[in-house]
Design a protein. Structure first.
Length: 648
């Protein structure tokens, strides 16, 4: 078998030399700036404030250096040919996820083309999950307790299985049919222990999505992980990874000492001389956190677990047998959890300056223009360009604000360890936004209050109405400008959080599909396995239940008729094009339900990934939308598109 041709990643084409030159220039000028700061700006400053501010600025320079190290070059991926054809077990780990979530993943596992055995690892001990496994041809494993949560679940399953490779999937991660065809070839190299693939998410209305197809992990999986792969520093991200059983057994199984079993296990593998690879092709579709609470729960677990590794023998600073590049790669990842702490420390210096009149540095205005202004401009420009279009500077600031409290608490836990348990991220729910969301960001609200107080107090002092210690010249201007800017960022983040409202439990996939409802031709404009949006010529009363048939393409390219009962929940005029109806779907039979799952979780996502360049051209692909179905890549304004003809 010959390898598939490489996928062209449009966001990486051209400009790499300019990006690298800009990053090097920023780092060089940043070093000059830091030397100037320590030699020429300490006289007349308050010593403690000087040290804290300088430490924050030096940390910022190291963050840019680590980012440059990882994002220097983004390899273009290709699928390696498969020589050795090992046996494969697919582990689907579950605890309390809904049957509809699990059902979609099991349908995806059933469609995997490479020979395999699917195992459903149920730590919830549920009879209905056992029945679901039987229904989709998966084998079922449970255990008497839940010790060590997911890590213990996998270790237990390894005692009852014997596949030479293990594909590990979270309960909500629906695999593409060719996930093993794309990854098994890496194990022709006997030194490879693990192959990680990207995480992507089909619910584009999730809390962590910035826009359709782009979320707060896009830069990590599109830029950081490909860069880590160059340094043999790619690590297991909990799901969508294929692991060599022999390598896992050699290190005693999945690490259980921290709640970040994935990160910790990879460190052990690297410490034993194994290599890891990152295959940059999106081959799973998961469910991103639907609301702020779920988002914070997930990020809190990641932060506490990953930082807890620093208290173990696998600390990348001292762990034996790691290469220098691997240590740098791991430490750059862990450094990200310190960014909110850095921001808070620098904000504290700003507030103290406004309130006390003490200054953290002192220099003539022209020197700031020569040293500070170019450094800031180059730093921001290089950071933006290194993101390769996967994140903006606002995205980074917004995410940093959201994680102020949980990352700060995780860092503090290194000094005062707190015993915590593994908590599964909820896969379903709604997001009401408003004050209920904002009050979860207690530290952000506190920062807003302190900034407002400090700025108002200093302004009243300038007006002669309050008697604070004097702050003169550039210091007072800079203090008020930076204080106001930080306050604007905080208010913008809180506004975004409170204004977000998402009341659907499931994301509706945008589609263009003809259907027959009763005797009338209709157009189906969005779809989930349990609901749909329909445009028809005639009004249908809310509460009415009517028969609906739809022809949907499947992964294998066939067109299947789906018969469902459509219960109308809403009906409104569709701008002269008829009536727009939303409602729930009840499949007429089990096969109809599976066809809906197949389409919404495999066909639709595969078409979107192909259009977005996230699948490698030339890879096996039998999916076709057929004559009556094509997936819209984004929300296209459904009410303005004419009804389809009888032949689509």
């Amino acid at each position: 078998m010959t390898p598939s041709p490489p996928r062209q990643k449009r966001q990486y084409q051209g400009g790499d030399r300019i990006i690298r030159a800009l990053a090097l220039l920023a780092l060089a000028w940043g070093a000059v700036y830091l030397v100037w700061r320590i030699l020429c700006t300490w006289q007349g400053s308050q010593p403690a404030m000087f040290v804290v501010l300088y430490a924050g600025e030096f940390f910022g320079w190291t963050v840019l250096a680590g980012f440059t190290f990882m994002a220097w070059r983004i390899p273009v991926p290709s699928r390696p040919p498969i020589g050795w054809r090992p046996t494969v077990d697919v582990f689907v780990c579950t605890y309390d996820e809904g049957l509809d979530v699990l059902g979609a993943t099991l349908v995806g596992c059933d469609r995997i083309t490479y020979p395999h055995t699917t195992w459903l690892l149920d730590d919830g001990h549920r009879d209905d999950v056992r029945d679901l496994a039987d229904r989709f041809g998966a084998r079922y494993i449970t255990r008497s307790g839940n010790e060590h949560a997911k890590a213990g679940n996998i270790n237990n399953a390894m005692k009852h299985t014997d596949g030479q490779l293990i594909l590990i999937l979270d309960a909500d991660h629906v695999p593409q049919p060719d996930i093993l065809d794309a990854t098994v070839g890496y194990f022709d190299d006997p030194s490879v222990a693990l192959v990680q693939t990207p995480h992507d998410f089909g619910n584009h209305d999730s809390f962590q999505h910035f826009e359709t197809g782009r979320h707060d992990q896009s830069m990590f999986f599109e830029v950081i992980m490909p860069g880590k792969d160059r340094h043999d520093g790619a690590y297991w991200c909990g799901s969508a990874a294929v692991i060599l059983r022999h390598a896992l057994e050699g290190i005693g199984g999945i690490a259980t000492e921290t709640v970040a079993e994935d990160f910790h296990t990879t460190l052990r593998l690297h410490g034993e001389g194994w290599h890891t690879r990152y295959h940059d092709e999106t081959l799973v579709q998961g469910l991103a956190p639907h609301d702020l609470a779920s988002f914070l729960l997930q990020r809190d677990r990641w932060a506490r677990g990953n930082l807890a590794v620093l208290r173990t023998g696998e600390n990348p600073l001292v762990a034996p047998r790691l290469t220098l590049k691997q240590r740098a790669s791991y430490l750059a990842s862990l450094e990200a959890y310190l960014i909110p702490v850095q921001r808070l420390a620098m904000l504290a210096v700003l507030v103290v300056m406004l309130a006390s009149g003490l200054v953290p540095l002192h220099a003539p205005l022209w020197e700031f223009g020569v040293f500070w202004a170019p450094w800031m401009a180059l730093n921001l420009a290089a950071s933006a360009k290194l993101c390769r279009g996967q994140a903006s500077l606002w995205d980074g600031s917004y995410t940093t604000l959201l994680t102020y409290e949980i990352f700060t608490r995780a860092v503090c836990s290194l000094v005062l360890p707190i015993t915590t348990s593994f908590k599964v991220t909820p896969k379903e729910g709604v997001d009401g936004g408003g004050w209920g969301a904002a009050r979860q960001l207690r530290l952000v609200l506190a920062v807003a209050g302190v900034l407002v107080t400090a700025i108002i107090a200093r302004c009243l002092t300038l007006a002669g109405l309050v008697d604070l210690p004097p702050l003169h010249g550039l210091a007072v201007i800079a203090g008020l400008v930076f204080g106001a800017w930080e306050l604007v960022m905080v208010v913008a983040a809180l506004w975004r959080v409170t204004r977000r409202h998402q009341f659907r439990h499931h994301y509706r996939v945008p589609v263009e599909v003809a259907g027959i409802m009763g005797r009338d031709l209709v157009r189906v404009v969005d779809l989930t396995p349990g609901g749909a949006g329909v445009i028809g010529h005639h009004e249908v009363g809310v509460g009415s239940a009517v028969d609906l048939s739809i022809d949907l393409p499947q992964v294998d390219g066939d067109i299947r008729e789906v018969r469902v009962r459509f219960t109308v929940c809403s009906c409104r005029p569709a701008d002269g094009l008829g009536w727009r109806m939303g409602g729930t779907l009840t499949p007429m039979g089990q096969a109809d339900g599976e066809v809906l799952i197949d389409y919404c979780h495999l066909v639709a996502s595969r078409n979107r990934l192909t259009e977005a360049g996230r699948l490698i051209p030339g890879a096996p692909d039998t999916v076709s939308t057929g004559p009556t179905g094509s997936v819209a890549g984004a929300d296209r304004g459904d009410d303005t598109v004419p009804l389809l003809s009888a032949h689509g």
